[in-house]
Design a protein around this ligand. Structure first.
Ligand code: HEC
Ligand code: HEC
Ligand code: HEC
Ligand code: HEC
Length: 99
């Protein structure tokens, strides 16, 4: 919040979303993280292996940069994970994603 307010004490003060930020700052509250992509706790997932394997962010998240409001991308069901794992010859063993 301190980092954000370094600019937003002066920048964008007339913008509605920035005003929300300023209000939180004055109340000394952090910005709440509303998770859009949230797999159930029984699924194991990390970004690391996917990023190293050159899977583009857009493949799973859609074109976030064109969304006014971020929504869940195309990959979140077991079927969508497993389909790519089959295609890319990554493991489809149950224990890969369910520890
Ligand atoms: C280096 C300066 C800088 C920092 C640091 C910064 N911003 Fe901004 N922010 C800007 C500028 C410039 C704009 C665009 C203002 C405009 O269009 O007039 C902006 C716009 C915004 C908007 C309005 C977007 C919209 O379209 O309604 C929000 C919300 C926002 N910033 C939140 C944050 C948050 C949260 C942080 C901290 C995580 C942050 N900013 C850090 C410079 C910064
Ligand atoms: C193979 C699919 C996949 C790829 C590729 C991927 N992600 Fe994700 N991402 C996910 C999943 C699934 C989650 C939810 C994880 C969870 O709930 O534990 C997630 C969560 C996130 C979150 C937290 C989102 C939220 O709603 O709170 C961010 C931010 C994120 N990813 C950014 C990125 C970026 C940036 C890239 C590219 C460098 C990327 N991701 C590439 C599947 C992917
Ligand atoms: C577009 C392709 C793609 C999608 C979609 C995808 N994966 Fe993967 N995943 C891969 C590839 C490729 C690897 C293997 C990377 C390597 O060999 O290092 C991998 C590896 C993994 C690993 C590590 C396996 C290990 O042996 O450590 C886990 C866990 C995993 N994926 C879970 C998921 C989950 C959960 C989802 C769905 C939310 C998902 N993946 C969606 C391509 C994908
Ligand atoms: C590549 C990753 C991956 C692999 C491999 C995988 N799963 Fe899943 N599984 C998921 C994800 C992601 C979900 C959560 C889907 C959701 O939230 O809709 C899930 C959900 C489930 C569920 C809950 C379904 C429900 O309706 O709530 C069961 C049961 C399950 N998996 C069993 C298995 C079994 C058995 C295997 C092996 C044959 C397996 N999974 C292999 C990713 C995987």
């Amino acid at each position: 919040m301190q980092l954000c307010m370094g600019c937003h004490k002066t920048v964008g003060k007339d913008m509605q979303e920035v005003q929300k930020l300023i209000r939180l700052w004055e109340q000394r509250r952090p910005i709440e993280w509303l998770k859009v992509n949230d797999l159930p706790d029984f699924v194991y997932f990390t970004h690391k292996r996917h990023v190293s394997a050159d899977v583009a962010c857009e493949t799973c998240h859609g074109q976030v940069e064109k969304m006014d409001r971020v929504s869940r991308g195309p990959i979140h069901s077991m079927e969508s994970c497993v389909n790519c794992h089959l295609e890319r010859k990554a493991s489809v063993d149950c224990w890969t994603c369910h520890k």
